[in-house]
Write a protein that binds this ligand. Structure first.
Ligand SMILES: *Cc1c(COP(=O)(O)O)cnc(C)c1O
Length: 374
């Protein structure tokens, strides 16, 4: 029998105890409470959400699917996987769903990494990579960025004998940097076959056709490639948590073994299916983003602020020169009802990430920046 003591046992492994939990953008409700602001006056440009909301077809699909909510969803998401397979031009066996593509990123780490293995990713790479590697107890090989983007040659050179997984974000979040199609193709071809490459294309819908890597063609050539995408960004379904990946059947099947049961809800599956079909909504989204990006860039230039040119629906803005500048400006913006995203947790203390909003939201953000920086 154990006796009570006043010291807690140390549960878990060292590598889990030292995880810094993921911190998302501040929710509107929380900021409204804390600053005594009316929620509908707050502009949230902190989580790269779609400023148009969701497709009306997806909204209707959600309502229609609610009546099925008392039942467990289709664990194989047959209908959505068929639609995604047709969308990509691959067999349905190649398609895998996640509750958000973060789920896919974590499945890859669970399936491929054990203690003693290593994983390569870029400095300023999406934060979920570091979390997924740490959960698996694997070693992080973080490759210094080049001009805020991935240095693929250095990443290739950094692959060690115990490396099992490489994460590549294209475009990358939070920096918005883009790799050229030939660079990605060359990289994937040079990575050893026993190392899996996860190409994270969370923002692919925002790219011009000529900027896009033909990742589906690469999938056909490379059995060690996984391509992940999401319904959270351009499709406007962030709150429903649904994303997908494609890979050849051996790798897709491996990830499916570590997928949680019923990881995507029936409501999310139905919404995603409708969103995928609403190409007009997607086009409006991309056009609004293009105009909004120009508006923000012109506003930053007028304020003599520098930024990293971005290929996503967000932009990394230099808020000042010291390591606290991003947090300081973010706090001052909050007082004016504008939620931006400080990125000191990425080692980008002087910077602030701002999502592209509607014309009115972007104007509010620029006005607040002008006031704060005056
Ligand atoms: C937002 C984002 C994701 C995925 O978000 P989910 O909501 O989990 O789909 C994945 N990768 C990058 C680079 C992102 O910015």
């Amino acid at each position: 029998m154990s006796t009570p003591t006043d010291t807690q046992p140390s549960w878990g492994t060292d590598y889990v105890r030292t995880i810094a939990p993921y911190v998302g953008g501040r929710p509107i409700s929380e900021v409204a409470r804390e600053y005594g602001l009316a929620p509908d006056t707050i502009v949230k440009l902190a989580s790269n959400e779609n400023p148009l909301g969701m497709s009306p077809l997806a909204r209707q699909a959600v309502l229609d699917a609610l009546s099925e909510a008392p039942r467990y969803p289709d664990n194989d998401a047959w209908e959505l996987r068929q639609a995604l397979a047709a969308h990509l031009g691959v067999p349905p066996e190649w398609v895998l769903l996640g509750h958000g593509s973060s789920d896919i990123l974590e499945m890859a780490a669970r399936a491929l990494l054990a203690e003693g293995d290593s994983c390569v990713y870029s400095q300023y790479g999406f934060l979920v990579y570091a979390l997924a590697v740490q959960q698996a107890g694997a070693r992080h090989i973080v490759v210094p960025a080049r001009d805020y983007g991935h240095d693929l040659d250095a990443m290739l050179a950094a692959i060690a004998p115990d490396t099992r997984l490489v994460y590549v974000a294209n475009p990358n979040n939070p920096t918005g940097t883009l790799l050229q199609p030939a660079q990605v193709a060359d990289f994937v071809a040079r990575v050893p076959r026993d190392v899996v490459v996860l190409l994270d294309e969370a923002y692919v819908e925002y790219l011009e056709p000529e900027q896009r890597t033909d990742s589906v063609a690469l999938l056909r050539e490379h059995p060690n490639l996984i391509v992940s995408r999401t319904f959270s960004k351009a499709y406007g379904l962030a709150g429903l948590r649904i994303g997908y990946a494609a890979a050849q059947p051996a790798l897709a099947g491996l990830l499916n073994r570590v997928r949680s049961a019923f990881n995507t809800s029936g409501v999310a599956q139905a919404a995603a299916l409708a969103a995928l079909r609403d190409t007009a909504f997607l086009q409006r989204t991309v056009e609004l983003n293009r105009a909004g990006m120009r508006q923000l860039e012109a506003g930053f230039a007028a304020l003599a602020l520098s930024y990293v040119p971005s290929h996503g629906n967000f932009v990394l803005l230099r808020a000042g020169d010291d390591a606290q500048a991003g947090a300081r400006v973010a706090a001052a913006l909050l007082q004016r009802g504008v939620i931006a995203r400080p990125v000191a947790n990425y080692g980008l203390g002087p910077w602030l990430r701002i999502s592209v909003g509607t014309e009115g939201e972007n104007a509010r953000c620029l006005d607040a920046l002008r006031a704060v920086l005056a």
